[in-house]
Design a protein around this ligand. Structure first.
Ligand code: ADP
Ligand code: MG
Length: 171
């Protein structure tokens, strides 16, 4: 079994009901156990058109499904719960994103793991930190190592223009 973290969000209709019923459906997936569920938090929408606030959570599963099988099952649950994709970053009854799948790293058009934007999203960082602080710390450390690999070139280039480099900080 592989341990995975999944982000869940809703900002349409009975948001809490959608989140709870999506997690109930994940519990019924073959060869899959839901181990931990974070608290649900309310967050302001990021990007996209003007839309209502989200409820967000993160949960941990152990599964024998492959990454693509898991994605397919999550998309099936989204569809069953009325998810319609009309506008990018638009309002949705339910969104289920795979954050991590064990230690797997993949970057394909239909599936990127770890989720590429997860570390920029407070609505992921807070609930993930609640249920899996060690996993979050590991991901942040890896990102730190990647950034410092890039840093020397950036710093020296900026210094030749007589300016001190400003550290880039993401929200
Ligand atoms: P959002 O980026 O707002 O979550 P969608 O839920 O509509 O948008 O997903 C768009 C596409 O993102 C999906 O069809 C899926 O193939 C792709 N995708 C890539 N990586 C992931 C991931 N880690 N988890 C879920 N979907 C992903
Ligand atoms: Mg999604």
């Amino acid at each position: 079994m592989v341990t995975c973290y999944i982000a869940i969000g809703s900002n349409l209709g009975d948001r809490k009901q959608y989140i709870e019923s999506a997690i109930r459906r994940v519990r019924t997936l073959a060869n899959t156990k839901v181990r931990r569920v974070s608290r649900i938090i309310e967050t302001a929408p990021q990007g996209g058109p003007a839309q209502g606030a989200y409820l967000n959570a993160v949960f941990e599963i152990d599964t024998d499904l492959t990454p693509y099988q898991l994605l397919q099952e999550l998309q099936r649950i989204e569809t069953a719960l009325g998810r319609v994709r009309r506008i990018i970053d638009g309002p949705r009854t339910i969104d289920l994103d795979i954050l991590t799948y064990g230690d797997v790293i993949m970057s394909e058009p239909a599936l990127c793991i770890p989720h590429p934007r997860m570390l920029q999203r407070q609505f992921v960082l807070v609930p993930l930190g609640e249920i899996a602080p060690q996993v979050l710390a590991g991901l942040l450390k890896k990102r730190g190592a990647r950034k410092s690999k890039k840093a020397p070139g950036t710093v020296s280039r900026k210094r030749t223009h007589g300016k001190k480099s400003k550290k880039k900080r993401r929200p």
